[in-house]
Ligand binder design. Structure first.
Ligand SMILES: *Cc1c(COP(=O)(O)O)cnc(C)c1O
Length: 374
């Protein structure tokens, strides 16, 4: 097991189990959770998270790329693994070899997959208004024609919502229209006698804001990790979630900064008084955004310490002048709880105008990942 070294992630598997229980409560009984473990499970560690979820009776998963899917298969994930994104034809052989399910991004891509000449499992993507991937919903005949491809084993049809986090009437209308378009495609296929395929359209906000929908899967990403994208998001179901990830790093040294001295690259922070500075062993190569330079803060023994100077690739400096007894080897918290204080990923993200999804998915491979189970 990884030892807590210079900087690491702690994963609270009990909180992950708690979140799964909350979602099972609000989802219709026939709707299975298909966790999105793409981007290294939003930085949490794909293999660790997928294995923990498999232990919690989760069978199927979705990822963005074929390489992510292969990593899970090699680690012993047995259920269906759906690739949500594009796979290049030179990797179609991996779809077969590892028994993966590929998204059909449009009709020409269905033909490309079929021409590979071996049976490939697919879910058909339907574009109901986001205009990213999927065959456009009005091209219903093209969708239907995909069943003529002998080498495609079509086991699912799905779409993706682009406004499901919006709480206004106008935003809800757009989502309801997307759902209506999706149902129209499903009903058309049913009328044509095609019944044996799974359906799904909800991601995290689709579930949190439209919990009553009755599709076969919910592709839960960010919320499964107990995190909202933004602290401003208001959700319809008052589901309480618990964050799975904490991000911690150790102090390498504590030193004086005299009044009038400056520190770090570019000497961007100047001491207006006698100060104590702690150098922390984590930087932007680990995923700490450089935008936090002279802006963010960390927690040490439950107290806030401001980031001073520029965030470096492997280190950053914090002001510990007012925190007593800080020394080399102490833990600093970037995301998570310390005493009675807590830094939430969404608040951190919001302070630099992004969403928690981006912050978490940038957390680097150099961080150790430790799972904690009480
Ligand atoms: C990433 C992704 C999800 C999961 O989204 P969250 O908002 O994190 O739950 C679901 N579906 C698709 C197609 C995705 O790309």
């Amino acid at each position: 097991m990884y030892q807590k070294g210079r900087a690491w992630i702690e994963l609270d598997i009990d909180n992950l189990a708690y979140n799964i229980r909350q979602f099972r409560k609000i989802l219709s009984p026939k709707c299975a959770i298909m966790p999105a473990v793409k981007a290294n499970a939003y930085g949490h560690g794909a293999v660790l998270i997928a294995k923990a979820l498999q232990d919690l009776e989760i069978k199927d998963f979705c990822v963005a790329s074929v390489n992510e899917a292969v990593e899970l298969r090699k680690a012993g994930i047995l259920g269906q693994i759906l690739i949500l994104g594009y796979t290049s034809p030179n990797q179609f052989s991996d779809l077969v070899k590892y028994n993966l399910t590929q998204t059909v991004v449009d009709y020409p891509y269905a033909k490309l997959l079929n021409d590979f000449g071996q049976v490939i499992f697919v879910h058909i993507g339907i574009d109901t208004g986001m205009h990213r991937l999927g065959e456009r919903s009005e091209n219903i005949k093209e969708v239907y024609k995909m069943w003529e491809f002998d080498n495609l084993k079509i086991t699912g049809v799905y779409s993706h919502l682009c406004m499901s986090d919006g709480a206004s009437d106008a935003e809800r209308d757009i989502t309801l229209k997307q759902i209506e378009e999706f149902n129209m495609v499903i009903n058309f296929l049913h009328r044509k006698g095609i019944h044996h395929f799974k359906t799904h359209i909800q991601g995290s906000y689709g579930v949190l804001n439209y919990p009553a929908l009755k599709f076969d899967y919910a592709r839960l990403g960010i919320a499964l990790y107990g995190v909202l994208s933004s602290p401003k998001d208001r959700i319809i179901s008052n589901t309480k979630l618990k964050p799975v990830l904490s991000l911690k790093a150790r102090i390498a040294c504590v030193k004086q900064l005299h009044k009038g001295e400056a520190l770090g690259y570019g000497l961007t922070y100047k001491a207006g008084k006698e100060m104590q500075i702690a150098t922390v062993s984590v930087g932007y190569a680990d995923g700490i955004p450089r935008e936090l330079s002279n802006k963010g803060f960390v927690l040490i023994n439950g107290q806030k310490a401001a980031i001073v100077g520029r965030v470096c690739m492997d280190q950053l400096m914090v002001d510990v002048t007012d925190i007593k007894g800080v020394s080399c080897g102490d833990e600093t918290i970037f995301i998570g709880k310390s005493g009675n204080s807590e830094i939430m990923a969404a608040d951190l993200a919001d302070s630099i105008n992004t969403i928690s999804n981006e912050i978490l998915s940038q957390l680097g491979s150099r961080l150790g990942r430790v799972s904690i189970k009480k």
